[in-house]
Design a protein around this ligand. Structure first.
Ligand code: GUN
Length: 297
């Protein structure tokens, strides 16, 4: 079997177009422009690229983008004071503090200082708890993007066996919660799981989010399964240079799977698209307007 390729780039463009349409309606009918504030502390090159892309795509969707670049040695007090100002600013509907933060800053403290209703990353403990108890939450962008692709690919997920490889707070755990909410039978596998290959082979839906290049090979995949690869790893190329690969060995897995996301061009583009969707959702909720259609969990 050769798997169907799930085109995350095209799907993300569709999500962004839907966001842009609903933003235009909000602005025209209610005079409200959703605003996203992104805070970057320090000069990590990868973070700078992400932040630039986020700002560009935010504006392209018709939303307001507020960028706050702080020096690497910014004090916790100064960062918390900026977050307090953004929490109180009615033009800001979403706040994202780019991670990782420099080592002297307490990430948990900083994330939990964001007003939960503006926490478009879904990392605040209130949102984690709301998601876990099946209540209306802000949902982390990468798992939300994966869920949207799975629903598009499979329709109802009810009753399917889902295995999430990886137990991070950012992807693995919220992904498992979302799949459970869609009535999957969910297993979280991790570095201490016994016979992880056999566990994965039971999966109708296999989500790999471990950060280990090409760990999941074709013999881990159930024939016909849908494979979602969250990994983005840079490896040395034969003959020099580097290339991006996922946590899944694409060539062997695509021989067995029914459908699979590539790296790059799979989950990656969906993350920013879902950040824009979450900003729109946050804006609608705070203004007690109907939730945007097709853009929430
Ligand atoms: N750094 C890498 N990915 C992310 C993300 O999704 N959110 C935040 N806040 N920081 C990140």
């Amino acid at each position: 079997m050769t798997a169907r390729i799930i085109d995350g780039k095209a799907f993300a463009a569709k999500v962004r177009a839907q966001v842009a349409l609903q933003v235009a309606t909000l602005t025209q009918e209610h005079g409200i422009t959703p605003g996203l504030a992104v805070v970057l502390v320090g000069e990590d090159p990868a973070s700078q690229v992400y932040v630039r892309n986020k700002g560009k795509q935010t504006k392209e969707c018709g939303m307001a983008s507020f960028e706050h670049k702080l020096d690497a040695d910014t004090s916790e007090e100064a960062l918390l004071s900026l977050i307090a100002r953004l929490n109180a600013d009615p033009a800001v509907h979403g706040i994202l503090v780019q991670l990782p933060l420099p080592g002297h800053l307490n990430e948990d403290l900083v994330i939990n200082a964001i007003a939960p209703e503006k926490d478009v990353d879904g990392f605040h403990i209130s949102n984690v708890g709301l998601l876990a108890t099946g209540q209306k939450a802000m949902v982390p962008c990468t798992p939300l993007g994966c869920l949207m692709m799975l629903r598009e690919e499979l329709g109802s997920l009810a009753g399917l066996n889902a295995v999430v490889v990886g137990r991070s707070n950012i992807v693995g755990k919220p992904m498992a919660q979302l799949l459970l909410r869609d009535s999957c039978t969910v297993t979280i596998a991790h570095s201490r799981t016994r016979d992880i290959e056999a566990v994965c082979r039971e999966a109708d839906i296999l989500v790999a989010a471990v950060g280990r290049p090409q760990m999941v090979t074709g013999d881990w995949v159930k024939p016909g399964a849908t494979v979602i690869d969250v990994g983005i790893n840079r490896i040395e190329k034969d003959g020099g240079g580097t290339r991006l690969v996922g946590d899944v060995d694409f060539a062997s897995a695509a021989e067995v799977a029914g459908a699979i996301t590539p790296v790059p061009g799979g989950v990656g583009p969906m993350t920013i698209a879902c950040l824009l969707a979450n900003t729109l959702t946050a804006c609608c909720r705070v203004n007690t307007l109907p939730e945007p259609k097709g853009l929430t969990a």
